[in-house]
Design a protein around this ligand. Structure first.
Ligand code: PHE
Ligand code: NA
Length: 465
């Protein structure tokens, strides 16, 4: 057997810590902010169903592939891909997956920070009691006032980027797992509180049926690629975040009973992460849609949805001041643990190129901050400068999430299913159940690539025909 590589970036203490860190990466604004608002824009039920299908048959297998490639390579995505390609004696061009991922990470980080800064501001507003007894009109006005204030947003954008890069600069291991262990369950509980409140409002039934009544006539071509993109975005796939974290995953664990070490299975690990992520997204949807219907708000109001609806709930429910403050703080923390994983692949790569970690984090943070200014200004100064799919922000979001992530995921599936040596993939996955392994293999070889390509082609055709 070959010597186990010791990654330069350190290792997670156990499989459980990997699960925590990857869940920290997955659960974020994608679930609480993005999922509800794009569901509203894309007609509800049928979109949700398609999204869930994509998670199950495209997301989970590709996530397993990413963890497998990362753990096999043990380095940043770019160099992991280099290494695995060399081991399988194929061209180094496959490292291109890593470069594409690094670029996606950079683009996503820039607008992610811009939106996280809204949550940061809202946490402060909640603590100050601004949402007490707020009406729907006031809540909308409050959100619009914030957007109209570029100076304010730039300040919070800067603060959030600094928070992110401080952690990445110190190495993602320390502290992250402990934080996630406390914050994620708490976020879950608060979502349940919100769902409980939503259930008492008059629009509850309407909200639920919007989310879960599968009316396929509402599905447009664009909605289809948006659903695919969201499946990648929410699971942090297609750009190397999960690959980078997979690189720090131990290969073996000590069995508690026998005391012998056995391989850590990737599949079950991945299924847990996907399940948690999906529950948070659905919980956020169930919490928000009833409020839209109860208060006569637009379902397709766009990126402001959570910022307009949730203050209404906190403004009315008993204990709303406490719950609201806590909730927005937790959203910031969830966004924080996700943005850390967006920075890590690029920073890890720069470290392997010889930069000191703090320096690498500074470079990446500054670059993403600068690009993020464009997204901040898209809601005020540059609001009317639209091109391609909309504002600068809209283009960043669309290009990275809806185009680049599925493309990256597609290449990863093809590499793991067709290009890499089969024996290596099988050994690294370490699945106890051989039938399940065959299912995985069929999914990454045939089903996921075909599904991504077909959905892409169909939606382009449906959009332009
Ligand atoms: N998965 C994160 C979320 O849902 C976003 C993310 C995308 C993080 C890609 C890392 C990589 O908020
Ligand atoms: Na997510």
């Amino acid at each position: 057997m070959k010597q186990e590589i010791k990654p330069v970036h350190g290792m997670w203490a156990s499989r459980w810590v990997f699960i925590l860190a990857a869940t920290g990466s997955a659960v974020g604004l994608g679930n609480i902010w993005r999922f509800p608002y794009i569901t509203g824009e894309n007609g509800g039920g049928a979109f949700v169903l398609l999204y869930l299908l994509c998670i199950a048959v495209v997301g989970i297998p590709i996530m397993a592939a990413e963890v497998m490639l990362g753990r096999k390579g043990g380095l940043s995505p770019i160099n992991s891909m280099r290494k695995v390609a060399a081991d399988s004696k194929v061209t180094q061009r496959w490292a291109g997956i890593g470069y594409l991922g690094a670029l996606s990470a950079f683009l996503i980080l820039s607008f992610y920070s811009a939106v996280a800064s809204w949550a940061l501001y809202y946490a402060w507003e909640a603590v100050r009691g601004v949402f007490e007894g707020i009406t729907a009109t006031q809540s909308e006005a409050h959100f619009n006032d914030m957007l109209a204030n570029p100076g304010l947003l730039l300040g919070y954008h800067t603060l959030f980027m600094v928070l992110t890069m401080v952690v990445v600069a110190r190495g993602v291991k320390g502290g992250l797992e402990k934080a996630v262990q406390i914050l994620m369950p708490l976020l879950f509980v608060l979502l349940l509180v919100l769902v409980g409140y939503a259930a008492t409002t008059p629009g509850f039934k309407e909200g639920i049926s919007f989310l879960f009544a599968f009316d396929f006539s509402k599905l447009t071509g664009k909605a289809i690629i948006v659903a695919v993109g969201q499946a990648f975005f929410t699971l942090s796939l297609g750009m190397g975040a999960i690959m980078a974290y997979g690189a720090y995953m131990p290969k073996t664990v000590k069995d508690k009973k026998t005391g012998r070490s056995r391989p850590v299975s990737i599949m079950s690990t991945v299924a847990i992460i996907a399940l948690l992520d999906t529950l948070v997204a659905l919980g956020a949807g169930v919490a928000m849609f009833p409020l839209l219907f109860s208060n006569g708000l637009e379902v397709s109001q766009g990126p402001g949805m959570m910022f307009v609806t949730l203050p209404l709930a906190f403004g009315q429910m008993p204990g709303g001041l406490l719950f609201g403050s806590l909730f927005f703080v937790l959203v910031v923390c969830a966004a924080w643990s996700s943005s850390i994983s967006l920075g890590e692949p690029v920073v890890a790569w720069l470290v392997e190129r010889g930069l000191k970690r703090p320096m690498a984090a500074l470079v990446v943070g500054l670059g993403a901050w600068l690009l993020g200014v464009g997204s901040v200004l898209s809601f005020n100064v540059w609001k009317d400068h639209t091109f391609l799919v909309g504002t600068f922000f809209d283009n960043m979001e669309f290009l990275s999430t809806t185009v680049m992530l599925p493309l990256g995921g597609l290449l990863i599936a093809i590499f793991a299913g067709w290009v890499m040596k089969e024996t290596q993939a099988r050994k690294e996955l370490a699945m106890q159940n051989f039938k399940l392994y065959l299912v995985w293999r069929a999914l990454v070889r045939i089903f996921s690539p075909v599904a991504v390509i077909a959905l892409f082609v169909y939606s382009i055709w449906a959009t332009f025909a």
